[in-house]
Ligand binder design. Structure first.
Ligand code: FES
Length: 278
């Protein structure tokens, strides 16, 4: 029997449980949680662990939508548990499951190793030929605000795995590089300080690479940080086609500036106007 008060409401949590040491297959367990306004899914899980079943496992760290470790399937949609208020998604029942398209370590904990291995594979860092400048820097590489704008949104990725969990291509091909790695390949290729396009070309073009994407767009729909990996993937395809047709303009990566040049190149930022009378 549910007990509702203006402040608190009983919400039923159906949680998919799986312990590889004891279970042959995942199973559903029901919990009732007293929820008040402002409680997140993560708070609900803590309440269950503290008062009902201490064996329940999930992953979290920052509690503020930054680390990406608490991503799970919430009512069938990949989302961050710490960033989802219970009463915003339900008044009655909630179902929680681990992210699809990953192996399950235990209960709500997916094995994210393939995500990080594929991310590492595309060389997610500035690549250049002037290794001397990279190892013994003499100045900073200049980048204008307009150049930064071209890839800025892709830097917001927190590697939570929500896009991979939502990707239909990944559901049928576990070797597929996936939206996280491909969006980061585009992010570095587009960085005006980077010269790694040629090196990354073979990495993203192989049979399980960028052309496996069917443009379902689910990755962008579920991203909790508003990143658009589907767009990045289409833009990589465009770059590769232009390169194949020898129409791609290969710009030289930005040079290091000495201190006097740096002063000249610095964008002049004006202070915003006063909003109150002094
Ligand atoms: Fe860090 Fe949720 S706990 S994103």
């Amino acid at each position: 029997m549910e007990k509702d008060t203006p402040q608190k409401r009983d919400i039923i949590f159906y949680i998919r449980r799986f312990d590889p040491e004891h279970d042959e297959a995942p199973w559903l367990q029901q919990f009732t949680v007293q929820v008040e306004r402002g409680m997140t899914i993560l708070d609900g899980l803590h309440q269950i662990k503290e008062t009902q079943d201490s064996s329940l496992a999930w992953r979290f760290s920052c509690r503020m939508g930054v680390c990406g470790s608490c991503a799970m399937l919430i009512n069938g949609k990949p989302a961050l548990a710490c960033n989802t208020q219970i009463l915003e998604v339900t008044n009655h029942i909630i179902t929680l499951a681990p992210l699809p398209n990953f192996a399950i370590i235990k209960d709500l904990v997916p094995d994210l190793r393939p995500l990080f291995e594929k991310h590492r594979y595309i060389h997610p860092y500035i690549k250049r030929e002037d290794l001397e400048e990279m190892t013994n820097p003499t100045g900073e590489y200049f980048q204008s605000p307009q150049e930064l704008e071209k890839y800025l949104q892709f830097t917001y990725c927190i590697k939570c795995g929500a896009c991979i969990a939502a990707c239909p291509t990944m559901a049928t091909d576990r070797e597929y590089l996936g939206p996280t790695a491909l969006a980061q390949a585009y992010r570095y290729n587009t960085d005006s300080r980077d010269g790694g396009f040629k090196a990354r070309k073979d990495m993203v073009e192989f049979p399980h690479g960028v052309f496996s994407c069917h443009y379902a767009g689910e990755c962008s729909r579920v991203c909790p940080k508003g990143v658009d990996p589907a767009r990045a993937i289409q833009l990589i395809k465009r770059e590769l086609v232009l390169d194949y047709l020898k129409l791609k303009r290969h710009k030289k990566p930005a040079l290091a500036l000495n201190p006097s040049e740096r002063e000249e190149q610095k964008p002049r930022t004006l202070a915003p106007p006063f909003t109150v009378e002094s």
